[in-house]
Write a protein that binds this ligand. Sequence first.
Ligand code: GLN
Length: 308
Amino acid sequence: MNVETLDELIAKNKVYCSMGANASYIPALASVNPNQLGISLYHIESKELISAGDALVKFAIESMSKVPALLLAIEDNGLTTVLEHINTEATGFAFNSPLNMEINHDKHPLNPFVNIGAIETTSLIKGNSPDTRFSRLLTFVKEICHDESISLNEEIYESESKTGDINRSLAYYLKGNHMLSGDVDSILEVYFKQCSLNVTTVNIAMMASVLGNKGVKPWDNKRLISEESATLVKSVMTTAGLYDESGEFSAHVGIPGKSGVGGGLMGVAPNKYGIGVFSPPLDKSGNSLAGMKLLKDVVEELSLNIFN
Ligand code: GLN
């Protein structure tokens, strides 16, 4: 794949920017320029990075942060313990629905990528204050994205926190079901902050490449996470990374993916590429519309569908 082909695919799919809508329930996301589409691909074997379009624009990581948060919770507690708290089941409900915990017999969150499961995940990150837990997560995100400059977007954080009543209700619901240990406000502070990190498509491509390379950072060949946890996370991304649209995404794109309401989309082509995509307008499930179309074209062009 060369940059010219990527430029062509961006030009082809840009039309979809006008067919979705920015997330509006977080006011700071509503004001982002909707007419943006960018992509980065990091090739695991050659360590070559190619980018096109709005690849270097900074945007809020949002739900893609649920991936590093889960990886850190697994490093902190072990996979078995994390899976005692959170299931690995698909959902047919919106990402912020309380039904994502109600519709199962054991009253555990259905998976770590719906909000109720992600809040549970964040509560499992170790540290004796919200500051310590957030700073441990930020250090981990910087490492897995290979970028020391990643930082908190204060405006998004304030907006998230001010309008976060659904997430508050999910956290109290967890607490009422004896699923959260610790102070609800402190856990939500870390959750809102993790969603408000500024990233680029390059950062997301790097993170995806670590998952694609079985937990070893391709750029320095050092292991960051266990192979077991990389495998588990990729499989949950395949069944639940795009919420109630995960089945469609698997059927029509065909690689493990994770979206965020900031317009980001992460794709993992195992042993081949880490991919980061960005385009703010979302479809009804909260996934980047142009981003998914572009990723589908790139996966086809490079024959990356894992089910082929
Ligand atoms: N911060 C957002 C929320 O909690 C993240 C959701 C998302 O990206 N789907 O609502």
